[in-house]
Design a protein around this ligand. Structure first.
Ligand SMILES: NC(=O)C1=CN([C@@H]2O[C@H](COP(=O)(O)OP(=O)(O)OC[C@H]3O[C@@H](n4cnc5c(N)ncnc54)[C@H](OP(=O)(O)O)[C@@H]3O)[C@@H](O)[C@H]2O)C=CC1
Ligand SMILES: O=C(O)[C@@H]1CCC=N1
Length: 274
């Protein structure tokens, strides 16, 4: 996800590079990783657009004005409590995308002057079609919130929500692209079963899902209204819909999001020592 965020911001700056009105013009990007293999991947993707540091988190944070924390939730504590990190983080905004790690938890590991912003993006940020929900305490400065909002808006939609919703957001929007891909793949399988070539089945399924999703977002209509307009009396759509209902598709999908949200709430609870 860290790579996706960097890619989106850099891509948007290249597109709007000539735009004098652009408020934020980050001059330098620093990526910190712990393993040489990950470093090689970053180098391959970004070349000289990003300064790469392997095993030098404190140096990276020292040189940065704004810090994104994009590790696995389990290693957050060990990163934030590295020797010298407290000084490096003084007076800096820290934007965490970690699932299940709360602002209260993070506050225990960083100095009081570090202003924490929590964000939950999703993988479509990679193609700048993402959804990011941002949350923070009331004392975070407007300029820091504005920066976070700008950074994630280069990657798709952004919305601010109270932190109490973050586990639900993680289960629905963070994990959502995986669930949507299961639906997409299943729809395509149906097409293949009925004789369509696999690549065409994927295209049709993906565009049907994208089209329906865009209709909801653009018209503001209830999904059931859109469903009903597809459904001709005594036609084929109602036949398919009833089969879906027989398979309890609604509760299966809704319960999957409930389960993902419940697991998200536990992800910050285990911290590895190193
Ligand atoms: N994947 C998703 O769809 C989403 C993920 N998230 C959150 O994003 C975070 C990352 O997930 P994801 O991108 O999937 O995971 P990855 O494992 O792909 O990325 C984790 C990154 O953290 C780096 N890292 C790990 N330990 C250290 C360390 N000690 N010092 C410096 N860098 C370190 C890794 O580098 P190295 O390999 O070198 O250690 C790697 O680049 C998680 O907290 C997750 O909850 C949020 C929204 C969506
Ligand atoms: O599966 C995970 O833990 C991460 C968080 C949200 C999406 N992927």
């Amino acid at each position: 996800m860290g790579k996706a965020i960097l890619s989106g911001i850099i891509a948007s700056m290249m597109i709007s590079g000539q735009d004098e009105d652009q408020i934020y013009k980050p001059k330098k990007f620093i990526a910190c990783v712990s393993r040489e293999e990950s470093g090689a991947r970053i180098k391959k993707t970004f070349n000289d657009k990003v300064t790469l540091l392997v095993g030098e988190n404190v140096k990276g944070v020292n040189e940065a004005d704004i810090v994104f924390l994009c590790s696995k939730p389990q290693v957050a504590q060990s990163i934030l409590t590295e020797e010298g990190m407290i000084q490096a983080l003084e007076n800096k905004p820290l934007i965490s995308i970690l699932a299940g790690v709360t602002i209260s938890q993070l506050e225990k590991w960083v100095p009081l002057t570090t202003k924490i912003i929590r964000a939950m993006p999703n993988t479509p940020c990679m193609i700048r079609e993402g959804m990011t929900v941002i949350g923070c305490r009331n004392d975070v400065k407007a300029e820091d919130k504005d920066f976070a909002s700008w950074a994630f808006s280069t990657l798709g939609r952004v919305r601010f929500l109270d932190e109490k919703h973050f586990d639900a957001v993680t289960g629905l929007s963070g994990s959502g692209p995986a669930f949507a891909c299961v639906v997409l793949e299943s729809m395509a399988d149906g097409g293949v079963m009925m004789g369509l070539p696999r690549d065409i089945a994927f295209e049709l399924a993906a565009q049907a899902l994208q089209g329906a999703a865009r209709m909801v977002l653009q018209t503001g209509k209830h999904p059931s209204e859109i469903k009903d307009t597809v459904t001709t009396p005594a036609g084929c759509t109602i036949a398919g819909l009833l089969t879906m209902e027989d398979g309890k598709i609604r509760s299966t999908i809704a319960r999957s999001i409930q389960e993902a949200s419940n697991v998200a709430s536990t992800l910050g609870k285990i911290q590895s020592k190193k």
